[in-house]
Design a protein around this ligand. Structure first.
Ligand SMILES: [Mg+2]
Length: 218
């Protein structure tokens, strides 16, 4: 049984615009006085860094204010409502499962532990998968991948992700690494030299890959 690992943000759903829209609206609704002031950019930047988990000490004062005003809470309330499925994404996942493949959500954790599962539930994606795996950093990701491989030692794995840099650490030959093209992510030149790497434009191409998997995995 082939195992499919799907990244979430940027692969199955377009969350890029959702992040921008929710950042802006959360500030507008909770601290409207800031909109017209020169502080706006700094508040926006601090909130952006916070949700990306890259907060610096310089912004700590602003973050304290954003917490006090409920801006961060409002951001997390709004964001999932703006997330849009990529065309064909749900159909592809459902078709693979109908074909008897094991389909796993394999994606990075959000800022706070458990956040990703909440997002998967709010966007009605949670029940589309056979199982859900989330990871923190690269080390954790590789460990979770190894556990997946241990569970299915002989099965081909197909890993679809819009962040090709993640693939550079993966040496498993029985895994097909599929980069979903994204306007926000750079290619990794070295990957194009590998036999078990492919880049696709549209997620529906995964079904063609599934049809012809034998050709890729020799
Ligand atoms: Mg992604």
């Amino acid at each position: 049984m082939t195992v499919y690992l799907f990244d979430f943000d940027g692969t199955l759903v377009d969350s890029h615009e959702a992040v921008e829209k929710a950042l802006r609206l959360a500030i507008e609704r909770t601290i409207p006085a800031v909109i017209e002031s020169e502080l706006y950019d700094e508040y926006y930047r601090a909130l952006f860094l916070f949700i990306k988990g890259k907060l610096t000490y310089r912004h700590l004062g602003v973050i304290h204010e954003l917490v006090a005003q409920g801006t961060i809470h409002e951001y997390y309330r709004l964001m999932p409502t703006f997330i849009k499925d990529f065309p064909n994404a749900r159909r592809v996942v459902r078709t693979l499962r109908k074909r008897g493949r094991l389909v796993v959500s394999f994606s990075g954790e959000h800022t706070y532990p458990g956040g990703k599962v909440i997002f998967l539930k709010k966007t009605n994606w949670y029940d589309e998968f056979d199982s859900i795996v989330t990871f923190k950093g690269t080390g954790d990701m590789l460990q979770k991948f190894e556990s997946m491989r241990d569970l299915h030692p002989d099965e081909p794995i197909v890993w679809i992700d819009d962040s090709p840099s993640r693939f550079t650490y993966v040496t498993d030959d029985n895994t097909l690494l599929v980069q979903k093209a994204s306007p926000y992510k750079h290619d990794v030149a070295l990957l194009f030299e590998r036999d078990n790497f492919l880049k696709i434009r549209n997620i529906r191409e995964v079904l063609d890959i599934d049809d012809r998997l034998g050709e890729f995995m020799e």
